[in-house]
Design a protein around this ligand. Structure first.
Ligand code: NAD
Length: 450
């Protein structure tokens, strides 16, 4: 590992990654590599998570291909140094911000979108001119192998190295100094990464999870809400960091909403059981299964051990005290809770950890304003779920316990860049304002610095 990191540092120091041409070349090579390995990637995602080719292409392969195209389109512009204003008291000066690569960065990926969540940060890191060590999730081993083989074939290891392995390998990696660490995964491992990074004062991005609510008030279009919630929740069998974790529906429309939801689920999934994504491993299968309270199930509830499939499940009459409300579900089980008054609900939510996402279904602008003003969350949507992730203009990331740092599109480029800020001063005149001795200058300085 030491050798690999040193080789990357030497490559970076030799300025091989700095130019626009080098970055463009790397991104184009990445695009070609993904395109030519598309079948193996889709096959690996199917073997790891039983993802259909529609889900695998739209949320993983196509997602990153589009992201590379967008990055290539804007890269030259993003790389340009930008002139900013300079206060008059600097005399004849100009000021600039020049984005520069950080150096050698480490990207650690999770299992749920094992391809997208490894490659998307890689795109930003390459665009910003860094060398990258990538550690995908070991849980989705087929995808891990494909990523490894694809990138090893397409790139010099001095630019991109893929490290395969689990916690021990990651811990070993984390002992080394990096110039940035980009981690996507659980809160508990996020803390391990943050602590390890602190030893070297390495900046980090933590893309974590949590319990993201979807609020449905009595003014909401219930049929539309049901469809959009069902899509966002049950996509990838609920193994989506920004999936609505639970529903908070206004009590007076709860029954009508559940009816819409169950009708929707019957239309969406009955015919496609075999095509439904599986839970990643036995441990998570058991964990999610144990969160289902049979007495409260109003739809689904069946589990198939052989292929680790849990049918889309809805639980009614759930309260914040239920077991399912004590941790991020990360599976296809949707608890429905009710509220009587929006203001009381907001006060209750203020005491909970800030979620990665929040969704509000409503036709009432005052209600939407109230929720969006009062509650912190990383990103979200009004009258939809998960779609903010697919707009590269929006900075993606968490707040509080759901993480910090932002990426996607230009935000990825910025995350992996050092914003070098400098002032350029004319030497034609040299006013003595700040030079000692200071007698008689203080009055003037006090006047200016107000
Ligand atoms: P995880 O934290 O278990 O694993 C993530 C990575 O950390 C893996 O590569 C794994 O090998 C490594 N790792 C695991 N244990 C480790 C340890 N003890 N020391 C060092 N490294 C270790 O996460 P996961 O289970 O793969 O993913 C699910 C979690 O990720 C959920 O909480 C989900 O919400 C979150 N997530 C967040 C986002 C986001 O964008 N914010 C996206 C996807 C998933």
């Amino acid at each position: 590992m030491k050798q690999m990191i040193e080789a990357q540092r030497a490559y970076f120091k030799a300025e091989h990654t700095l130019s626009y041409a080098a970055r463009k070349r790397a991104l184009e090579a990445l695009y070609r590599a993904i395109e030519s390995n598309e079948n193996s990637i889709l096959d690996a995602l199917n073997k790891d998570l039983n993802k259909s080719s529609f889900e695998a292409y739209s949320t993983e392969v196509g997602f990153v291909l589009k992201s590379i195209s967008i990055t290539l389109k804007h890269l030259r512009q993003w790389m340009k140094q930008k002139k900013v204003k300079t206060p008059f008291y600097h005399g004849f000066s100009k000021s600039y911000v020049r984005p520069e690569p950080k150096g050698t960065v480490l990207v650690i990926g999770p299992y749920n979108y094992p391809f997208q969540l490894s490659i998307e940060p890689l795109i930003g890191a390459l665009a910003a001119g860094n060398t990258v060590i990538l550690k995908p999730s070991e849980f989705t081993s087929h995808t891990e192998h494909v990523i490894h083989d694809m990138l090893e074939k397409a790139f010099d290891q001095e630019l991109i190295s893929v490290v395969k392995g689990g916690p021990d390998t990651t811990k070993e990696l984390l002992e080394h100094r990096f110039d940035h660490i980009f981690f996507t995964g659980s809160k508990s491992v996020g803390k391990i990464v943050y602590q390890a990074a602190a030893k070297h004062l390495t900046p980090v991005t933590l893309e974590l999870g949590g319990k993201s609510p979807a609020i449905v008030d009595k003014t909401a279009k219930l049929d539309v809400a049901a469809k959009r919630i069902a899509f966002g929740k049950f996509l990838n069998a609920g193994q989506t960091c920004i999936a609505p974790d639970y529903i908070l529906v206004e009590a007076s429309v709860k029954d009508a909403f559940i009816k819409e939801l169950t009708t929707t689920l019957e239309q969406f999934y009955t015919m496609e059981k075999n095509n439904y994504p599986s839970i990643v491993n036995d441990k998570h299968f058991e964990r999610i299964k144990n969160l289902i309270d049979p007495d409260k199930v109003v739809h689904g509830g069946k589990t198939h051990e052989k292929n680790r499939i849990i049918e889309p499940t809805v639980m009614d009459r759930v309260t914040f005290d239920d077991a399912i409300m004590q941790e991020e579900i990360f599976g296809p089980v949707l608890p429905v809770l009710t509220f009587e008054r929006l203001d009381t609900l907001i006060e209750e939510l203020k005491d909970k950890a800030a979620p990665l996402a929040l969704y509000m279904f409503s036709e009432s602008q005052p209600n939407i304003d109230r929720v969006f003003k009062a509650l912190p969350f990383g990103g979200g949507a009004i009258n939809d779920t998960v779609m903010h992730v697919a707009n590269h203009h929006l900075p993606f990331g968490g707040v509080g316990e759901s993480g910090f740092g932002r990426y996607h599109g230009k935000h990825s480029f910025d995350t992996f860049s050092n914003q070098k800020a400098y002032i350029r001063k004319s030497t034609k005149i040299d006013p003595p304002l700040v030079y000692p001795p200071y007698e008689k200058r203080e009055k003037l300085v006090r006047k200016i610095l107000k």
